[in-house]
Design a protein. Structure first.
Length: 321
């Protein structure tokens, strides 16, 4: 039996679906503008409904909207018909997703939705369908063909709807001026949330935990301070000012140059042009500075005043990376 070419099949599917997504950008018109304006001006929430594959897409779109500043919930039309329609009030707007526009479960509850919600919108492939005709704003997205060779399984059509949902969410996000801090407030758990809310000041070392020596300290004495504090460096301070740092990398360079560590002052071998970060910066931004400059520590300042040190190890330990 000849081995089937799975990769060729997958590439055909991806080509059909990518072409389909490209085609829908040209189908957007004033209805999309009206939809965005109505959602932004809505005092309540956006309720999204769909059945079958469209229902799964509706759930994802609703979740994306909620996480990007547009309050939204998914309600299954069947559950709505059995009491969940009570979740909808006159401040809410409803988006109905149905490729054919003739989904019985949705058509059955349209009169009730009209009574409960402020407005009803539709996303279908046919603006002359029953669902579209009942909508206050109707969006039509047509797929040339499904990726399914039988033209039966929802593939291109659901991909289009999913991409449309992302386009809607981002358009609303940008219009509202949604920021990283706003995003973090709706993602308090997990690594993503931690990246967006953890500041350098939350992780940095400060006070006596930071190695510090004077500029005239002999190098071998400075190494004792580095070893004792276990940060892989020491700051060099003169009065209240940090004038340089000495790291493990500087030590390796000294050894390569055969510098006498028992007779050399640290000011003669320290790094003067050290990298810094503001205490209010996000920890993930500190990581970017370290990665860009191929270093493992940063000196932390606030309004030109020294506060402490943050290391790559601190970021890894806090699961920022």
């Amino acid at each position: 039996m000849k081995k089937y070419n799975y990769i060729a099949s997958a590439k055909r599917t991806l080509k059909i679906e990518s072409d389909s997504i490209k085609s829908i950008s040209g189908q957007l018109n004033q209805s999309f503008e009206d939809l965005c304006d109505n959602i932004i001006n809505c005092e309540g929430k956006l309720v999204i409904m769909g059945v079958g594959k469209s229902g799964h897409i509706a759930q994802k779109i609703s979740a994306t909207l909620s996480s990007t500043g547009t309050p939204s919930i998914f309600i299954h039309p069947t559950e709505a018909a059995h009491g969940d329609i009570g979740l909808i009030n006159k401040k809410d707007v409803v988006l109905l997703i149905s490729n054919s526009g003739e989904t019985d479960e949705i058509i059955y509850i349209i009169p009730s939705l009209k009574r409960h919600a402020k407005e009803v919108f539709s996303l279908t492939s046919n603006n002359k369908s029953t669902i579209a005709k009942s909508a206050d704003i109707k969006i039509q997205l047509k797929s040339k063909k499904e990726a399914c060779p039988l033209d039966l399984a929802p593939t291109s059509s659901t991909t289009n709807a999913l991409a449309f949902g992302d386009a809607l969410a981002i358009a609303l996000l940008e219009a509202k001026g949604f920021t990283q801090k706003d995003f973090a407030s709706s993602h308090p758990a997990g690594k993503l949330g931690k990246k967006l809310i953890t500041q350098v000041s939350d992780l940095m070392h400060r006070g006596s935990s930071v190695p510090k020596v004077g500029p005239n300290t002999i190098l071998d004495k400075a190494l004792i301070e580095i070893t004792k504090k276990n940060l892989g460096l020491t700051l060099v301070h003169e009065k209240s000012k940090i004038i340089g740092i000495f790291t493990d990398g500087d030590l390796r360079r000294c050894i390569n140059k055969k510098i006498d560590i028992q007779n050399t002052k640290i000011r003669d071998v320290m790094t003067k042009g050290f990298k810094t970060v503001n205490s209010n910066a996000l920890a993930v931004d500190a990581a970017k500075i370290m990665e860009k400059n191929k270093i493992f520590t940063l000196v932390v300042f606030e309004k030109n005043k020294y506060l402490g040190v943050i290391s790559m190890h601190d970021l890894i330990e806090a699961r920022i990376l």
